[in-house]
Design a protein around this ligand. Structure first.
Ligand code: FCB
Length: 480
């Protein structure tokens, strides 16, 4: 991809048209949150315990400063204020997630918790009354603990439970929700089955994470087909999945590092993207080959990477109306491995030794996705940066200016079919095990006040202008 300096030279030469700093008509913009990170009300009105509630209550030391999502931003009570903040930001779309155990406290459909349904109906209606489209993530990491007691995502039956949960969502909200995301970042979900410090804290690296991934992919495929067969005709929405795809650049220009960076991306992004978005479906060939060979070498009678039936390959392939992309940074990868065995890192045989905020990596990855998985529209479902500069968050403004400039060039110059963009996040929130110390919000939240007072940061005004005009101000500086 072109370096920023070269782009600047071309801009000076008048290469880009005036309209190049404007997103196309119909381009949707907004911001996002996730239930456990903002809602609070962890045990109110019949909500069941989720795996994060459970882990942080049992092991506060896995978090930071004892922070947890018991109250978080208290959005369960303050959702109307949240919608007013969104309105002030001029968003088209609000991406939020539904807490599975708030709707189904046991994880199963034996109990449907009406107050949970009521809460999301109120939020959805408040958004629509304010001219904002809801984009709903069905699973942003908060599995009912009751389902973890039967193995969580490592139990293949979880695909059935997820289908039944999804049906409850389509039945109750599908008349008004037109954007659905099955899973947020499945690659992060499965880390909870490889290490202790992410829920559900079940460290079985190189085995549990592959098993969980297999179930997630089957669950995704089945929910997509369910919508397609039973709801699409009447509800006319779109169903996708949000994959975290960071840039993967070789650390040096040695052939080994170049090949390693590619292999790294196949294990990271390809693990989930290839079965759904590639022409042939199934796991990337390089994953199959390496995990099978390592499993054999370890003396195992079966591969640690589970095998899809031909029927599964078929229903998972093509199971998306759009590619949801969460992108934050670029990794620099080398052909070395420094990992215990078995593990996904060991199977990858490559390591990201450092990462950085490089906006060119965003344009690069958008082009990579469209070349690797042609035929899909991309919806950027997360992009953002943490800062510690408080209300005067000039560094966040700079980040968005550069990343959105690259996005626009990808759309207007490279013709990558991106249809929307969601900034992470509407407000500071519980950054999982990093607690309230990591701040990604356009609004600050005072976690010391019982009122959880929200205050707009400087970036809120900056983004409100972009969301309204769909134009990015000229770039006048670089992060990298
Ligand atoms: C993403 C998560 C989101 C938030 C951001 C900073 O990986 O999807 O919930 O934590 O990172």
């Amino acid at each position: 991809m072109w370096a920023p300096t070269l782009i600047a030279a071309l801009v000076t030469l008048g290469y880009t048209r005036a309209s190049d700093n404007k997103f196309p008509d119909g381009f949707l913009m907004g911001c996002g949150t996730a239930s456990y990170q903002v809602e609070g009300a962890w045990n109110e009105d019949g909500k069941g315990e989720n795996i994060w509630d459970h882990m942080f209550h049992e092991h506060p030391e896995y978090g930071t400063n004892g922070d947890n999502g018991d109250v978080a931003c208290d959005s369960y009570h303050k959702y109307k204020e949240d919608v007013q903040m969104l309105k002030a930001l001029n968003v088209d779309v609000y991406r939020f997630s539904i807490s599975w155990p708030r709707i189904l406290p046991t994880g199963d459909v034996d109990i449907i918790n009406q107050p949970g349904i009521d809460y999301y109906n109120k939020l959805i209606n408040e958004l629509l009354d304010n001219g904002i489209q809801p984009m709903v993530t069905m699973y942003h990491w908060d599995l009912p603990q009751a389902l973890q007691y039967i193995g969580g995502w490592t139990n293949g039956l979880m695909a059935d439970y997820f289908v039944e949960y999804a049906r409850v969502l389509f039945e109750n909200f599908g008349d008004r929700v037109k954007w659905w995301i099955t899973f947020n970042e499945p690659a992060m979900v499965v880390k909870g089955y490889a290490s202790k410090d992410r829920a559900p804290s079940q460290p079985a690296p190189g085995v549990g994470d592959y098993l969980a991934a297999h179930t997630l992919l089957r669950a995704h495929g089945r929910v997509y087909r369910l919508y397609h067969q039973q709801y699409r005709a009447a509800q006319n929405g779109s169903v996708g999945i949000s994959l975290d795809v960071q840039g993967s650049a070789p650390l040096t220009n040695s052939t080994e590092d170049v090949v390693a960076a590619d292999r790294y991306q196949q294990f990271e992004a390809g693990h989930f993207a290839h079965p759904i978005f590639s022409q042939e479906g199934d796991y990337p060939a390089i994953m199959r080959q390496r995990v099978d060979a390592n499993s054999k070498r370890e003396g195992r009678p079966r591969s640690r990477l589970p095998i899809f039936t031909p029927e599964e390959v078929k229903y998972i392939r093509g199971a998306a109306d759009f590619f949801g992309l969460n992108h934050y940074w670029t990794d620099f990868v080398t052909d070395e491995v420094n990992a215990t065995s078995p593990s996904k890192a060991g199977d990858t045989g490559a390591t990201a030794v450092r990462n950085g905020l490089h906006s060119w990596g965003f344009r690069n990855i958008l082009n990579w996705i469209v070349n690797e998985y042609p035929g899909y529209s991309i919806f950027v479902t997360e992009n953002g940066v943490e800062t510690s500069t408080g209300l005067n968050d000039i560094d966040r403004i700079q980040y968005y200016k550069e990343y959105l400039t690259e996005l626009q060039q990808a759309v207007n110059i490279d013709k990558v079919p991106v249809i929307g963009y969601i900034a992470w996040s509407l407000m500071d929130n519980l950054e999982w095990t990093e607690g309230f110390t990591r701040k990604f919000g356009l609004y600050e939240v005072d976690f010391n006040s019982p009122n959880r007072t929200r205050t707009a940061k400087d970036s809120a005004a900056f983004m409100a202008k972009i969301f309204l005009s769909k134009k990015v101000p000229e770039d006048d500086g670089c992060l990298s």
